[in-house]
Design a protein around this ligand. Structure first.
Ligand code: CA
Length: 447
């Protein structure tokens, strides 16, 4: 069974507890109840593990040196204090939850540990705005699912299929193996890719900058302990293989994609850059935002038994808002805020995180600590929640109007896309994942 600890509510979720870190009080992204894990460099320092708290970052190595941890929490903090979090992810949920509880105690205003930590706060905390964030883990493999059913449906409509979803969609959590080498942390710019594309339906292909550059509003899932090759993870235990979540932008060159992907799937259209938000928001932090997997519409098949677990169906999904915002160079010049182009929710995923893990490993594939999954684009059923420009612009036929008066069908050079998640529920502290931002640079010009 998946351990209760990633679902259970304890003192770390208590909205009435306050931190001695002033900026954390009422913080809408990183309050005391969130405590996500990441890797950062303070000014002039080397990369190291930390925990976001308000506008600050707790340095786990410095906290270790002050003797703030013991037992399982000590083990987890030691594994998380270095340049990557892979060793900590490998430990699984027990030590991770112990670390969360110990960090919570150290950052709480009315605990003995909190008083000890506060007395040496200048050695423990760094101003987040002055730090550089890094990828939280060395990513061995990256897999992108297709679990956003409204996105899949809209894609089928664009291809004018009489029945928009392909026959396998409701049986198989469809995915492809992506490219780990080009996954970058939020804030890293990306070049518009060059590739083969046909500029008119009846024209031969030409090589050059993509003219249909798009974003995809996705959830990222960080793998914990992993499994041995040849030993599938059962659906009942699969939920515990996910350590935490982030936001993920699967940048896509639609013109390259439509030409190249028959019959083997996306290749250069997707592998030039994938952006993730820097913090691993742990499953235990998200316990208050768990919901039942929304019921399948009448007539849909039951998942096959290796994908069906009563407990996973009862609480394996999340009610968390997600959004995509667009800002252009002209908007930034005019000091206009980024414009929200999509508002959706994780509840629109057709498959749960546990089903993705169970399916991925069902044939014997081994997952490793620090592997990354993308959920697939999470569109809402209504247009205001479509999670890509391909859907929002009807494949380039409908222009989006921006507050600057500019219009967009596809991304232009200088455009910046920001993805965010907001977890909100009455009686609990609101928390976020941190921004997933990337700005488009002009294509590489061969010299
Ligand atoms: Ca995708």
């Amino acid at each position: 069974m998946t351990p209760e600890s990633i679902f259970s509510l304890d003192e770390t979720h208590d909205a009435d507890r306050a931190s001695w870190v002033e900026s954390a009080r009422g913080h809408q992204v990183f309050p005391l109840q969130n405590l996500p894990l990441g890797v950062f460099s303070p000014p002039g320092g080397t990369p190291r593990g930390g925990v976001a708290i308000g506008d600050e970052i707790l340095d786990l190595g410095a906290a270790l040196a002050r003797g703030l941890f013991e037992g399982d929490a000590l083990r987890a903090a030691q594994a998380a204090a270095g340049r990557t979090l892979n060793d900590m992810l490998a430990l699984g949920s027990g030590p991770r939850v112990a670390l969360r509880r110990a960090v919570h105690a150290a950052l709480c205003e009315d605990t003995p540990q909190g008083r000890t930590a506060r007395a040496c706060s200048d050695t423990l905390l760094h101003r987040a705005a002055e730090c550089t964030m890094h990828l939280p883990a060395r990513i061995g493999d990256y897999t992108d699912f297709y679990a956003g059913i409204h996105h899949a449906y809209n894609g089928g409509l664009r291809h004018k299929r009489p029945s928009p979803l392909l026959p396998n969609y409701k049986w198989v959590p469809v995915a492809y193996h992506g490219r780990a080498s080009s996954v970058v942390v939020s804030g890293t710019a990306l070049r518009r890719p060059n590739g083969q594309r046909r500029l008119a339906d009846d024209a031969p292909p030409a090589f050059g900058p993509s003219v249909k550059l798009d974003f995809e509003l996705e959830l990222g899932l960080w793998i914990g302990p992993g499994n041995a090759r040849g030993e599938p993870v059962s659906i009942a235990r699969a939920g515990d293989q996910i350590a935490g979540l982030c936001m993920l932008n699967d940048w896509s060159a639609r013109d390259v994609q439509s030409w190249e992907m028959q019959p083997l799937g996306p290749f250069l259209a997707k592998n030039f850059t994938t952006t993730v938000s820097p913090w691993i928001v742990t499953l235990e932090a998200l316990a208050p935002f768990r919901i039942a997997q929304p019921a399948r519409p009448d007539g849909d098949p039951q998942p096959l038994s290796y994908l069906l677990d009563r407990d996973d169906q009862a609480r394996g999904a999340f009610d968390i808002s997600i959004e995509a915002c667009l800002s252009t160079a002209a908007m930034r010049e005019q000091r206009l805020p980024a414009h929200r182009v999509s508002l959706s929710n994780l509840r629109h995923l057709y498959w749960t995180a546990a089903q993705m893990v169970a399916h991925h490993t069902s044939g014997g594939c081994n997952l490793q600590p620090g592997d990354l999954f993308g959920s697939g684009t999470i569109s809402a059923p209504e247009r205001s929640g479509f999670g890509s420009l391909a859907e929002l612009s009807d494949d380039g036929r409908t222009e989006l109007e921006l507050p600057s008066g500019e219009r967009r069908t596809w991304l232009q050079d200088g455009d910046e896309v920001t993805l965010r998640a907001v977890a909100r529920r009455d009686g609990y502290a609101t928390l976020g994942f941190g921004d997933c931002v990337g700005r488009v640079l002009p294509a590489f010009v061969p010299g």
